[in-house]
Design a protein around this ligand. Structure first.
Ligand SMILES: Cc1cc2nc3c(=O)[nH]c(=O)nc-3n(C[C@H](O)[C@H](O)[C@H](O)COP(=O)(O)O)c2cc1C
Length: 545
């Protein structure tokens, strides 16, 4: 196993499962003395403050999925919009002597391991030539990291997402690598949806090597904070900002040929001291060792699974931008309020991938993640276990892997095109709560979800590099559920803490063909009234934005 990347990844996954009587290894307490600084900054790098472009979000909410906005020209204001609706701060919270920032994208423990880098050509009002920038959410600005000596193709920009594993490992120990990948998936979907508001298309470059990406954005430099808290490249997104011409043929290999000039600034150090978690470095190395991320199997044909237009309208009429920026995790749910079946079906439908419908057009692989549903309070539906099968090709394998006595009866009240099945009628509140590390929030909403990934077969087919991809897909589903919950006037919460094999037992999953990778809950939130909310940016207030 010492050198076999497949074995290392599988070992990591098993070793970081939570069990009812044994959690995955972590410190077991919060070492406040080593708490990471919440923001990565590059000291000495020139800062370009971005404006606040609220107007980019002033469209109907459903336009985030299928709106056909005319592509907006690249400029400081549109790049500002791209980040303002995906990775920016959304509020500050205050309680007692503590104050903490929240962001448009969610993060396990609010620790935010994901950083975003923009690689762009000329940006009118911002940059006279191609350059690499780091997005600094604390100031809503771009730190200019380096000039690029090679031009990018016309109408093309790149976003590189990276992770600082230490941020999550500080609190969660060995399981942290998983959480970093969930967060990257949330960010991936957030960026795809925000680019859509500007009329820009986005594609994940699956052939980009993580080493080339690290060199491009300078996170492979062992200086300053990078020496203390390594930052690794996860993925590259190709943004096309013009329409009409032939699509950019890049698949990611081209990144190796981009020549970067001298880097400006040095990464800040995040913690004074660190606890090592070698298994995280090992799994990262194993994922990197694999040739190319691969998984280029095509999506199901355009609209084959679901014509976007067939989905019921959202319950609220708030514009897309406000809704995206007010996304929040519920910290508790009321244990009473349910939702209508129409709302439930709409939410599920939005998680279904079609090549035509965002954010699913960003990933080039056929779906590998299904929803195991704990339905507690949905009007007209019997409480019980249900399944949403996001890829037809897996329905037989899922059935064969689950309890033999499951009904697999297509839900009669659901639209005929929605692959939603009743498995077993039962009171799902206790099983959901227990499986989600005894968190009441999993039982007190309208429904909760275990995201069941096609696991061993995917690793066998695409190799260890698809391990993070499975989590990215769950994160992207989670991002849609978060926004859908806001659009339904309720709220959602991602749940990274669950007893892996206990979930598998509930569904009868044996073997490792399917593994639960992420949980979610949706319902009526109960707010903590002791917490005060403050604006995300004082600068925006001062400018009267
Ligand atoms: C991957 C992931 C796992 C999470 N796990 C849990 C969890 O187990 N329990 C919980 O109450 N919240 C969980 N959360 C919610 C976070 O605590 C929340 O996103 C964070 O505090 C930031 O708040 P916000 O989502 O309102 O911006 C999770 C979020 C993510 C993205």
């Amino acid at each position: 196993m010492a050198d076999d990347p497949q074995a290392i990844v599988r070992h990591y996954h098993e070793a970081t499962k939570h069990h009812r009587h044994r959690y995955a290894p972590s410190l077991g307490y919060l070492d406040w003395a080593t708490q990471p600084h919440p923001f990565r900054r590059f000291e000495g790098a020139p800062l370009l403050e971005l404006p606040f472009s609220e107007s980019d979000g002033a469209v109907a909410f459903d336009a985030i999925y299928d709106g056909a906005a005319e592509p907006r020209p690249v400029g400081v204001d549109t790049i500002a919009g791209l980040f303002y609706f995906s990775m920016a701060l959304s509020a500050w919270k205050q309680h007692g002597g503590s104050r903490w920032a929240l962001r448009v994208n969610p993060s396990s423990g609010n620790l935010h391991p994901t950083e975003a880098y923009l690689v762009a050509g000329v940006v009118p009002g911002g940059s006279e030539g191609p350059a690499v920038f780091h997005y600094a959410p604390d100031v809503h600005g771009l730190e200019r990291r380096a000039e690029l000596d090679t031009p990018l193709p016309e109408g093309v920009m790149l976003i590189v997402l990276t992770s600082i594993h230490w941020r999550e490992a500080w609190k969660y120990g060995e399981r942290a690598y998983r959480y970093c990948q969930h967060d990257a998936g949330h960010a991936l979907a957030a960026i795809r949806l925000s680019a859509g508001l500007l009329g820009w298309s986005v594609r994940l470059l699956t052939a980009a090597s993580r080493g080339d990406l690290a060199a491009l954005v300078g996170v492979d430099r062992d200086d300053g904070g990078h020496h203390h808290e390594p930052e690794v490249a996860d993925m590259a997104l190709l943004l096309e900002t013009q329409r009409g011409g032939p699509p950019c043929p890049w698949d990611g290999e081209e990144i190796a040929s981009l020549v970067v000039g001298r880097f400006h600034g040095v990464a800040n150090r995040l913690s004074e001291a660190h606890h090592p978690w070698p298994i995280i470095d090992e799994v990262e190395r194993a994922v990197n060792a694999a040739a190319r991320p691969g998984g280029e199997a095509p999506m199901p044909g355009d609209g084959e699974l679901l014509p976007c237009g067939a989905i019921a309208p959202p319950s609220v009429t708030t514009d897309a931008g406000s809704l995206i920026r007010r996304r929040r995790s519920a910290v508790a749910m009321d244990g009473r309020t349910g939702m209508t079946a129409a709302t439930f079906f709409r939410m599920l439908a939005r998680t279904l991938p079609t090549a035509a419908c965002r954010p699913w057009d960003v990933v080039p692989w056929t779906p590998r993640v299904h929803l195991g549903l704990f339905v507690h309070r949905v009007e007209g539906l019997a409480p019980g276990l249900y399944a949403l099968v996001r890829n037809d090709e897996h329905v037989d394998a899922l059935r064969a892997s689950m309890h033999e006595n499951f009904a697999w009866c297509q839900v009669p009240a659901a639209p005929a095109w929605l692959p939603c099945y009743l498995l077993a009628e039962m009171d799902t509140r206790d099983p959901a709560r227990t499986a989600s590390c005894h968190q009441d929030i999993a039982a007190d909403g309208a429904f909760s979800v275990g995201m069941l990934a096609w696991f061993d077969p995917a690793l066998n087919t695409w190799g260890p590099a698809c391990y993070p991809q499975l989590f990215w897909e769950t994160g992207a589903i989670g991002q849609v559920l978060y926004l859908e919950a806001e659009a339904a006037g309720v709220r959602a919460t991602g749940i990274g803490c669950f007893f892996d094999d206990a979930v598998h037992e509930i569904f009868g999953l044996h073997g490792r063909s399917f593994q639960s990778l992420y949980h979610f809950t949706v319902g009526r939130p109960v707010d903590d009234t002791r917490i005060t909310t403050l604006p995300a940016y004082e600068r925006a207030d001062r400018t009267g934005r």
